[in-house]
Ligand binder design. Structure first.
Ligand SMILES: N[C@@H](CCC(=O)N[C@@H](CS)C(=O)NCC(=O)O)C(=O)O
Length: 206
């Protein structure tokens, strides 16, 4: 059975668990990262010299980097669903995966760590404020991109929605001011209708 290493409150692990659930792939998961340790153990470093979560072992094939894992699982099990058959639709979907990593993840990091994982007296409010501002600006761009489409690459859920969707949840769950963005609000409602999204992504922030 496919094995996953990673704690469930990690946004990058959540992408993989959400994809596995959408694709109905059975798996075994082992807690790893932060308080669970594991990532510095020699056996783990042999699999993943980067020492982060998630990592998967699919019948001896070891893979780390969450977006690469989502692409691999989608290509193997989700042709025509998470993995669009048409190369242009696939590139569109793929683009949003990269965009989430390069444009959403950097500003959300100081906001999430500052507000959720740092005691009130030790927060860097300037970094939180600047992160929130950049984050809101990035979501304004997504709002425009969702004009006329239900999901980031068209009318159905694809792998591109996975890195975007996990960040849409965090952005909505963080105690920050957000602009009113109606297309993203509708998109977020559509994602919430999916049991795999509710199960693996909509967890209390910790
Ligand atoms: N680009 C990597 C980032 C992996 C990463 O930074 N994971 C975080 C959790 S979201 C981590 O391992 N943090 C250290 C830890 O949990 O011990 C990916 O997408 O898989």
């Amino acid at each position: 059975m496919l094995k996953v290493w990673g704690r469930v409150n990690s946004i990058n692990v959540q992408k993989v668990l959400w994809a596995l659930d959408e694709l109905k792939i059975p798996y075994e998961r082992t807690d790893a990262g932060l308080q669970f340790g594991v990532v510095s153990e020699p056996f783990y470093r042999r699999m993943n010299p980067n020492g982060r979560v998630p990592t998967i072992d699919d019948d001896g094939f070891i893979l780390w980097e969450s977006n690469a894992i989502v692409r691999y699982l989608s290509a193997k099990h989700g042709v025509g669903t998470l993995w669009p058959k048409d190369p242009r639709a696939r590139a569109d979907s793929d683009r949003w995966m990269d965009w989430a990593t390069t444009t959403i993840a950097p500003p959300i990091h100081p906001v999430f760590w500052g507000l959720i994982r740092t005691p009130a007296g030790k927060r860097d409010s300037k970094a939180i404020e600047e992160g929130a501002k950049k984050l809101n600006a990035a979501f304004e761009l997504l709002e425009q991109a969702l004009d006329g489409r239900d999901y980031v690459a068209g009318s159905t859920l694809t792998m591109g929605d996975i890195p975007i969707g996990v960040h849409v949840y965090r952005w909505n769950a963080l105690p920050i001011d957000r602009p009113s963005l109606p297309r993203i609000a509708d998109y977020y409602h559509r994602l919430q209708e999916r049991a795999p999204f509710r199960r693996h992504v909509m967890l209390p922030l910790s």
